[in-house]
Design a protein around this ligand. Sequence first.
Ligand SMILES: [Zn+2]
Length: 67
Amino acid sequence: MEKKEYGLNDIVEMKKGHPCGANAWKIIRMGADIRIKCEGCQHSVMLPRVEFNKKIKKILVKAEAAE
Ligand SMILES: [Zn+2]
């Protein structure tokens, strides 16, 4: 499997969408845990990084790298 190069403020698609019908999540916090926010309903969830790595499907929108 290819390496997932995700970062803060990227919009990602998960293997399983949110019950609200959306499947686009913005990464709002990076760390040992990763917090993502549903773009459909603004609900946010926190996942351990290892779990996030298993559940991410792809990056939809890459945030512009500032540096
Ligand atoms: Zn939602």
